[in-house]
Design a protein around this ligand. Structure first.
Ligand SMILES: Nc1ncnc2c1ncn2[C@@H]1O[C@H](COP(=O)(O)OP(=O)(O)O)[C@@H](O)[C@H]1O
Ligand SMILES: [Mg+2]
Length: 276
């Protein structure tokens, strides 16, 4: 097992490209490889929280309370961490009301840019092998907070829609900007092509376009196929591992988790003082 954990933001300013689906399914796939995983839900739509949260856990200690600049909370991050239904996967949940933090966080900027980093980074690196942060579909404050806290950005794109490549440059530029402006730990991990439907020419064209234009180390070898098991699982507020573990999607996520572990193996992000 690697010594220090790794924090990965799942980011794309487009909605519907699969950020939440990737976050939750990859989290479970990693846990099946005996990795300890924390999912942080930074999207006010709370889809990841709904898919992962164990029933009956009151959503009182959420990202809202954790990040509220007026709460004065200086306590232990572990108070905000709830187990999911999956062993080895924990979650810091979100609630819709957290959108009310936009104004206080914006007023407190640029100091607030590091609020998530300051609160969770040390804890995550020590307690989890992988922390996956699900993000809202916009280039804004919440994505900024996530990227400030992260080591890597994983960017999913939807092979079912030509539009999903629009704006890709903006999210890649944002990653670059944050690396130079304040988080030198941040690296672009790879693009993940989601919803691949090889019988559709748009899918084939998008995959070909990306393979021809991107260096091999900027694109995952594994693609996630278009598979209704993902939508059905989501409807049941589950991951594909619970809903249909034999599906093509589940098998792709198993493969993706192995690829991710190989890529990130040896990436030890703990500072020397934290290692002993
Ligand atoms: N590989 C896939 N095959 C089929 N449906 C998918 C796939 N990935 C995501 N979806 C569906 O697409 C929709 C958008 O995915 P979601 O993860 O919510 O995107 P985002 O978080 O980027 O807005 C959801 O209904 C989800 O179930
Ligand atoms: Mg989402």
């Amino acid at each position: 097992m690697q010594k220090g954990g790794i924090i990965i933001s799942i980011s794309n300013n487009k909605g519907g490209v699969g950020k939440t689906s990737v976050t939750c399914n990859l989290a479970v796939a990693l846990s099946r490889l005996k990795k300890r995983v924390l999912v942080v839900d930074m999207d006010h739509q709370c889809n990841a929280s709904e898919i992962l949260r164990m029933e009956g856990v009151p959503p009182t200690n959420t990202i809202y309370e954790l990040l509220d600049p007026d709460s004065g909370h200086a306590g232990n991050v572990s108070e905000f961490v709830y187990p999911s239904r999956q062993s080895n996967v924990d979650c810091i949940s979100n609630i819709e009301e957290s959108s009310a933090l936009d104004i206080p966080l914006a007023k407190a900027s640029p100091q607030s840019f590091t609020i998530l980093r300051d609160k969770i980074r040390r804890f995550c690196l020590k307690s989890y092998d992988y922390t996956l942060i699900d993000n809202p579909p916009s280039i804004g404050l919440w994505l900024t907070l996530s990227l400030y806290a992260s080591d890597f950005a994983l960017v999913p794109v939807d092979a079912g829609s030509g539009n999903s490549l629009d704006g890709l440059r903006r999210v890649l530029e944002m990653i670059n900007d944050i690396r130079t402006a304040g988080n030198s730990d941040l690296k672009f991990l790879r693009l993940l092509v989601n919803r691949v439907h090889m019988r559709l020419s748009v899918s084939r064209q998008i995959v070909k376009y990306l393979q021809e234009r991107l260096p091999a180390d900027q694109l995952f070898d594994t693609n996630v196929p278009s598979n209704t098991a993902i939508q059905k699982a989501e409807f049941m507020k589950q991951t594909v591992f619970e809903y249909e573990p034999t599906s093509r999607a589940a098998s792709a996520y198993r493969q993706l988790a192995k690829e991710l572990v190989t890529i990130t193996n040896g990436a030890n992000t703990l500072e020397p003082a934290d290692k002993e």
